[in-house]
Design a protein around this ligand. Structure first.
Ligand SMILES: Cc1cc2nc3c(=O)[nH]c(=O)nc-3n(C[C@H](O)[C@H](O)[C@H](O)COP(=O)(O)OP(=O)(O)OC[C@H]3O[C@@H](n4cnc5c(N)ncnc54)[C@H](O)[C@@H]3O)c2cc1C
Length: 412
């Protein structure tokens, strides 16, 4: 994934191919070398699966199942834990939804400040165009824009330098990532930035150290000078009380329902495996809502391709080929009326921009007497309630069991 021509292919087939090519390296090799960022096109020690997993063209459960199948539960524990970090962040945000709302509000505020402050605008422009003079940081800024991807360690160093050396608001950095990362995700991104800033594990920040950068980039960068020597935690009120999760009870498959696909879960196969039958399918694209500023074409293109791939895989004669990117309520209602639907099925929509974008659709459906069914994956239903009090508590309470019960098939 190093240049426009190497951006990932947005299909389930390509995601599965990437997974199978990576699996032999998911054990010791991953555990030993995953922290080293060898540079664009050199990072074969990590999986680069994030664009597919983010859109659930392939999902956590099947990646873990295939990994356990090849390596056993313990042979690739580090890799399985990293997959579970995504589950953990999703479950945590689901139980603290106001953290996403606070982020979007603060972002809006900071964007106004930038408009009113030429000095701040200048500093932001330097950071997002790769012209701060900090060689490694500028390299990652351009790498992100060119490829839509950064290695995990580069994301950590970048966020740390953004917050503690450049002293820019973390929300503007999180937004820069969300606009350019093909895997940009409300939970993983917002909560990782909060973690670096000392807001997530309260009082504990992540400080990028010059020797660590040099060593873990394979000596591509000489130790950067002038980096902050201290990461003073950002002050903010603690997150509110955890919101207990309530999912619909048993899912009851209906004949003749309409399936609505969104870019948060593009796996109609999972619904069919649960016994659902659909007469028609439609997809909506809410990628533009990931930010109030412009989204990178890499990001929009991947999400678009992923939606088209899922529509094709839904394998139904009544496929709505038009994918609305705005005016969702009117477009969904037109589809419902055209097919005389009484039930619409939608995979659970987690907290984030797609849920925000579609929030006004549901009351209109309800008013029209349409039943909305929201199946939740077993993986999420079991994992998320355990995701409130630290990753390792989650791992010991639920993650390990989920992983060990999950060995085998790649067929979900
Ligand atoms: C500041 C910051 C912002 C980030 N923003 C995002 C984001 O928007 N979307 C996103 O998917 N990840 C995000 N991450 C997490 C992580 O950096 C990426 O998931 C990972 O680098 C993707 O590369 P990979 O597929 O090669 O990962 P691998 O190391 O091969 O891991 C396999 C999979 O596990 C999951 N994963 C691995 N590490 C993490 C982690 N720390 N947190 C959550 N999931 C993880 C991803 O789905 C990844 O594809 C962020 C991390 C930081 C520090």
């Amino acid at each position: 994934m190093t240049s426009e021509s190497h951006t990932p292919t947005p299909s389930r087939e390509a995601g599965l191919a990437q997974l199978s090519a990576f699996l032999p390296r998911a054990g010791n090799e991953y555990a030993r070398f995953r922290n080293i960022d060898y540079g664009p096109s050199e990072n074969i020690q990590v999986s680069a699966l994030s664009p597919w997993i983010r859109h659930r063209l392939i999902n956590e459960q099947e990646v873990v199942a295939a990994t356990v199948w090849v390596h056993g539960t313990h042979g690739a524990e580090k890799f399985i834990q990293e997959i579970c970090w995504r589950t953990y962040w999703k479950g945590w945000l689901e139980q603290h939804p106001s953290v996403w709302r606070d982020y979007t509000n603060a972002l809006e505020q900071h964007i106004k400040e930038v408009t009113n402050s030429p000095a701040l605008e200048h500093r932001l422009e330097a950071a997002t165009s790769g012209s701060t003079g900090i060689e490694c940081f500028d390299f990652w800024s351009r790498e992100l824009i060119d490829t839509g991807y950064l290695h995990n360690h580069a994301r950590m160093w970048f966020a740390s330098i953004w917050i503690f050396t450049l002293r820019l608001p973390w929300e503007l950095g999180a937004d820069f990532f969300l606009r350019h990362l093909i895997d940009g995700d409300a939970a993983s991104n917002t909560l990782s930035w909060r973690w670096v800033a000392g807001l997530q594990t309260r009082g504990k920040t992540y400080l990028a150290r010059p020797d660590n950068i040099t060593r873990n980039t394979g000596n591509r960068f000489t130790p950067p000078v002038g980096l902050a020597r201290q990461g003073i935690p950002i002050q903010a009120p603690p997150p509110p009380q955890l919101r207990p999760l309530e999912f619909e009870g048993q899912n009851h498959p209906d004949e003749g329902a309409g399936l609505l696909l969104c870019e948060e879960d593009l796996n109609p196969e999972f619904l069919r495996a649960q016994g659902w039958h659909f007469s028609t399918v439609m997809a909506v694209q809410a990628t533009a809502k990931r930010s109030i500023s412009k989204i990178s074409p890499h990001v929009t293109r991947f999400a678009r391709g992923a939606l088209e791939d899922a529509l094709t895989r839904a394998d139904m004669s009544e496929v709505e080929k038009h994918i609305p990117t705005e005016d969702y309520t009117a477009q969904v209602m037109a589809w419902v009326e055209k097919h005389k639907l009484s039930v619409v099925v939608l995979s659970y929509l987690p907290v984030g921009p797609t849920a925000d974008a579609l929030a006004s659709v549901w009351p209109t459906l309800k008013q029209a007497g349409i039943t909305l069914r929201i199946p939740v994956r077993d993986w999420d239903r079991r994992a998320w309630p355990a995701c409130g009090r630290g990753f390792f508590k989650f791992w010991n309470k639920a993650g390990k069991d989920l992983a060990s019960e999950t060995s085998g098939s790649l067929s979900l």
